[in-house]
Ligand binder design. Sequence first.
Ligand code: EPZ
Length: 431
Amino acid sequence: MEKFVVNGGKPLFGEVNISGAKNAAVAIIPAVILCDEPCQIENIPNISDVSLISRILQQLGANVRRINKSSLYIDPTHIQTCNATTELVRGMRASYYLLGALLGKYGNAKVALPGGCNFGVRPIDQHLKGFEALGAETRLIDGAIIDAKCDNKLIGTHIYLDVVSVGATMNIMLAACKAEGQTVIENAAKEPHIVDLANFLNSMGADIRGAGTDVIKVRGVGYLHGVTYSVIPDQIEAGTYMCAAAATRGCITVNNITPKHLESISIKLREMGVKITEYDESIKVDATVKPLKRCNIKTMPHPGFPTDCQPQFVALLMGVPGTSIVNESVWDNRYQYISQFINMGAQISVEGRLAIIEGGAPLTAAPVKATDLRAGAAMIIAALQINGTTEISNIQFIERGYENVIEKFKALGADIKKVYFTGDNDAELRA
Ligand code: EPZ
């Protein structure tokens, strides 16, 4: 068993380089299935979710090779099957993009229901509604596998999403890329990774307009050619380090980012008294200037405050005196991690979608569990604030989405290491 061990209580200083965006990469990699030639994808984060989706493509018959630490060569021209029903597929959320990509390219797809972080019910009805509007038939086999197919070609149409969904927007874009005629997606999500996926598809010859607004128009094309494409920087990884700097009252520069993607996070940190200075591709976060103030947050689809930074902000706010209220409006149940913070002495109560944080209560080191990816990152932020040694278990969740997390925090002066424990007596074997 592996754990992170954090000796906290020290402010973070220095610079951190942000990797490519996980949620863009895990869509762009399966999107290569639509291409009629090989592609090279750069600025890919070296994380376990990327390894997983790459292995799934290999199982389908694609040739996927890592050219270097951050670039993948993907040749989809030898894909032999549209059945993606293995255990690997169940192991991640983004495997649902195989539905749109396989359906768009081959007219049929059998894909196991996706796994991923547990935030309560995670329906994909809007994805299926989109595929059906394009002319596909969908059915659930044995409650575990989605079968989507069309007899002839998918035909472009108007699709109104009943909820703003990142996954449904991207999946319908994928399916519509080679459909006959024009597809209009209304009430589309506007996250930076949606624009990135559209830019990638357009660079191959697709015809997608309006990505980044709530109406996306996709005109189907016949052939997509191979390209070299670089994934955007990870907005949420950047937000996580920004939060950690504020929580430890440090001062760091976050490099390789797009400041515009971080606006909702920067605005909240500024409201709390953190000095934020934006440069072309970096941002300086200085929490040494004045005492921090409490603030309220409501998560919303982009350009609102991202739900994927909600746990990290709760970790920050529990160390700031005063009452802060967080309203999680995207997911039904994204507070499962809060019991871990309560074990550390935090005073937080949850009422439905609200978390009420009485910040400034003394925090003490306690063994905690990463309950999901972002909650795991929040555990690190909590531990960095506490004088004492915190052990974080279930770190496989964190490694799904954060490249070199230990090295990056260490370079900022954090005392953090990964240790391997035996199952029997929890004795430390090696650091
Ligand atoms: C993506 O999940 C991200 N995952 C999530 O990030 C992120 O939290 C989420 O978008 C919101 O920003 C990936 O990109 C792989 P949604 P997704 O469809 O696409 C409801 C992380 O930490 N809904 O935008 O699955 C749904 O229940 C992960 O990196 C339907 O009702 O999210 C939710 O309340 C965790 N029907 C809301 O919409 C549907 O068909 C938003 O979900 C689809 C969604």
